[in-house]
Design a protein around this ligand. Sequence first.
Ligand code: MEV
Length: 259
Amino acid sequence: MAASAPGKLILFGEHAVVFGEPALSTAINLRAEVYARPHTEWLVDGASLEESRFRYVKAAVAKAKPDGPLWIEIRSMVPSGAGLGSSAAVTVATLGALHGLQGSIERDKRKWFVHRTALPPLDLVVGNTGIGAATGPLVAKVKDRVDRDPLAAEAIRQIGEITLDGVRALQRKDLVAAGKLMDRNHTILTDLGVGHPSLDRLVEAARPSSYGAKLTGAGGGGSIVALTDRPSVTAEAIRAAGGKAFIVQSDSLGVAKLG
Ligand code: MEV
């Protein structure tokens, strides 16, 4: 039993999506593979399933309810802690391998509506600041601002519009327009308080060789994404500015059985 699942990037709309605005996320060509076969005891990469680093695997196993213990091996190309959804990729690949994949997404009693849209293949460079920032407090900070400040609520609405304009720009392959929208999305997120000087440094480094660049994910540290047709130049600029760079492409392949 084996399956793979992709990492992901948020191209537009993070934080605003928490308030019901649209966001655009794409699968990328970096994947996690999970292999599972019956065994005499539970083992993940030769270690105990109880280790905290395997909590996502454990949760997926609990959901899939296999008949007996399994030997599980994870091979992931998705760098962890870079905002590329590495834990989600491992979780989904585990569910895929164990045939336990469920269709509906529900969190905090809120329904999330997932629509598919066709995008052209995109060359993207992720720049990781190396600064870890937990998502929960950043989401809470934005909520606090939105509750107190009508301008912040308006900023959330503008991000929703930028997202829809961004989808349309990408669909018509207008990378110049899409890049400008990414730049604007970054400014608004920074104004909402989820920026960081190191994110600005990487965005500034990436922009001369890119159509546009913005923070991706929760912010406060974490990563930026740049849309470019010169990925190696952009990656080099990000490294020169002190970031870790990953060249990726958008991809339409979701979870897939292996073998
Ligand atoms: C974090 O990757 C994206 C946020 O929009 C939070 C969320 O949607 O869960 C900031």
